[in-house]
Design a protein around this ligand. Structure first.
Ligand code: FAD
Length: 393
């Protein structure tokens, strides 16, 4: 027997659950289907287990999309404060870590429990470990073939996320459905991902593995000032993850280590105070010792500070604060936090997320070509796009 619902949501992630809560709360019969064993797996592992669930500064400026205006409507209609109201109503303790990033005090699982309890209150049916085999348009809705029989729905919401971390069940399903219905896709690529280096540079930098420093990383006119981490594969840390969303193969990035400090001035002051000390000694007061040693050795500097001209000092400081690197690649979808690109926003109504050419079909969350910076923005997009969609069903 074919079961019938007003709404079927494919994907029990952040966006799908929020959409189901809103649609169910408005009296729609809603079925959420996911092939995973548990809902909200990415929520569970997010923010180091504490879920950076939103960012109080979230606005369209914090998102990458072929149409930078598309996200404005949803973000304005469901704000970080709206999500925070739900978090607080469930008694979940939270804190602001840095740069407007809000985290749970205890565990990301609190957010999943909250969403499940809201879904229950809205009479949403959740079915896990179920495969979706086919999606067909019918006269008045959709027929979804699943591993335990067909389901019919007036509206079908695709909330299956992007391709990041296939090990966790990520698939290109949303893009396949979009293509099936003739919708355009903006080319997808891994984003918020560590960058790798060619073997020569990697070998040179290998003594630095494990070091973290404040940095500003630049790519063209885009710059992020957050921590930089040297790893055994290349470069990581928040500043690198952020710039990775802008970087393309073959491009250079510029690293400014300790951007708030005037390293040239510190070296000159050190030279004046005690010209017999080594450059490395002064640098090691500012930078981790291994990093100080690396920069001095790679410039071939030996001897006393007094022997260094202003020009030599400026050049050494420049190698630290204006360091150009050409990454070889990225770690790919295996470790990327998000997928850049996705269902072309020109195909969707920004107020409802409905496909303009396919009434009743909706795309929400990460599968849409709206990608946030690191720092709670991607969840805010998932909540906001899910909410406005649920509101329209
Ligand atoms: C390690 C990590 C940490 C992160 N930390 C943060 C953070 O702290 N803050 C932040 O804002 N963002 C964070 N993100 C990004 C954030 O998790 C995503 O942007 C967000 O989860 C996207 O929500 P979504 O609902 O669109 O997709 P998802 O949460 O990916 O949900 C998609 C769901 O669809 C299901 N699915 C996929 N394919 C199928 C299929 N074929 N059939 C049935 N079901 C399917 C999946 O099992 C999944 O449950 C992090 C991401 C990662 C990987």
């Amino acid at each position: 027997m074919t079961r019938k619902f007003d709404v079927v949501v494919l994907g029990a992630g952040a966006a799908g659950m929020m959409c189901a809560i809103r649609a169910g709360g408005r009296g729609r019969s809603v079925l959420v289907i996911d092939h995973a064993r548990a809902p909200g797996e990415k929520i569970r592992i997010s923010g180091g287990g504490r879920c950076n669930f939103t960012n109080i500064h979230a606005g369209a400026k914090n998102f990458l999309s072929a149409n930078p205006h598309f996200a404005k409507s949803a973000l304005a209609r469901y704000t970080p404060r709206d999500f925070l109201d739900m978090v607080e109503a469930h008694g979940i303790a939270w804190h602001e870590k840095t740069l407007g990033q809000l985290f749970c005090d205890e565990s990301a699982r609190d957010i999943i429990r909250m969403l499940l309890s809201e879904m229950k209150a809205a009479n949403v049916v959740l079915e896990l470990q179920k495969q979706v085999t086919t999606v067909e348009k019918t006269l008045d809705g959709f027929r979804i073939g699943t591993s335990d029989g067909p389901v019919e729905a007036l509206s079908l919401v695709i909330a299956t996320g992007g391709k990041s971390i296939p090990k966790m069940g990520a698939t290109g399903f949303a893009y396949d459905i979009a293509r099936q219905f003739g919708l355009k896709i903006v080319e997808t690529r891994p984003a918020l991902v560590p960058l790798t280096l060619d073997p020569n540079l990697l070998e040179k930098l290998s003594p630095l593995s494990g070091i973290g420093v404040p940095a500003e990383i630049r790519h063209g006119r885009t710059a992020f000032r957050e921590a930089l981490l040297f790893t055994h594969r290349g470069l990581s840390g928040p500043s690198i993850l952020q710039i990775s969303s802008y970087w393309r193969e073959g491009d250079e990035i510029t690293l400014a280590i300790e951007p708030d400090l005037d390293i040239a001035a510190a070296l000159k002051t050190g030279r004046k105070a005690n010209g017999r000390q080594a450059a490395q000694t002064v640098l090691a007061e500012i930078l981790p010792k291994r990093l100080a040693q690396f920069f001095v050795e790679s410039r071939g500097i030996t001897g006393h500070l007094a022997d260094l001209s202003d020009k030599a000092i400026d050049s050494l400081a420049g190698s630290i604060q204006n360091w150009t690197v050409r990454p070889a690649g990225s770690e790919g979808y295996r470790t990327a936090e998000v997928t850049l690109g996705g269902v072309d926003t020109s195909e969707l109504d920004s107020k409802t997320m409905q496909a303009k050419a396919v009434p009743g079909l909706y795309f929400i969350g990460e599968c849409v070509d709206v990608t946030g910076w690191l720092g709670g923005y991607n969840f805010q997009w998932a909540w906001a796009s899910g909410y406005v969609c649920g509101e329209s069903l």
